[in-house]
Design a protein around this ligand. Structure first.
Ligand SMILES: [Zn+2]
Ligand SMILES: [Zn+2]
Length: 217
């Protein structure tokens, strides 16, 4: 038999089968009633919530059980049974609602974490784009400088012959190709092509593949 005792509100958890909290713990009552059977100890007093004997207190040890209160009138018995059932069903409702609240709280927390993750990814991608743009601009500048050392001669029809020191390249602006193959492979005009483009116009925009244009970012 349990020797832990409490009363008041905390007992509503401890004596869970009771729809009402125990005002006096099973061993806290006075005057003391000693066990009538083999065990020489104070007997515990419980409250019955059975359909036949609601609210009737009884003494119980591990060997025996005896009623402490007399029988209830049928009106009180029915009333108490209804109240007991109502308390039990409200308790079940409360548990269900609590579980729903916990579930939706967990779901909200999951969604918050997902949003944080997406935000971090977006920030990372933005930083990547920023550094790619900076790199692209640097490369363009370098190529422009290199192209200054290229000497382009027009063959007509957007075809050029480019001398770069002792090397010679053929550039076709219409097909966006140079014999060094850089333009064809990278989508960005090589210094030889840039020399031809500046020979022909003032802007590279029309000769840079869509995906590299600043607007694409
Ligand atoms: Zn006993
Ligand atoms: Zn080239």
């Amino acid at each position: 038999m349990s020797s832990s005792m409490s009363d008041g509100s905390s007992s509503s958890r401890q004596w869970k089968s009771s729809p009402m909290p125990y005002r006096v713990g099973p061993l806290d009552y006075q005057p003391t009633v000693m066990c009538q059977c083999r065990c020489p100890a104070k007997v515990a007093r419980w409250i019955s919530w059975s359909t036949d004997n609601p609210r009737c207190r009884y003494y119980k040890c591990q060997h025996a059980r005896a009623w402490c209160d007399g029988p209830t009138s049928s009106f009180i018995r029915e009333l108490l049974n209804d109240l007991r059932d109502m308390v039990n069903s409200l308790r079940r409702w409360k548990e269900l609602l609590q579980k729903e609240v916990e579930d939706s709280r967990a779901k909200g927390e999951r969604q918050r974490r997902e949003i944080d993750y997406v935000r971090a990814m977006v920030a990372m991608k933005k930083e990547e784009i920023r550094s790619l743009k900076a790199r692209n601009q640097k490369l363009e500048k370098e190529k422009k400088i290199l192209s200054a050392f290229c000497h382009a001669i027009s063959d007509g029809d957007d075809k050029y012959e480019v001398k770069h020191y002792t090397h010679r390249f053929t550039v076709n602006l219409d097909k966006k190709e140079c014999s060094c193959r850089y333009w064809h492979l990278s989508g960005l005009p090589c210094p030889h092509a840039i020399a031809c483009i500046y020979f022909k116009t003032n802007s590279l925009d029309a000769y840079i593949a869509e995906c590299y244009s600043v607007d694409a970012f």
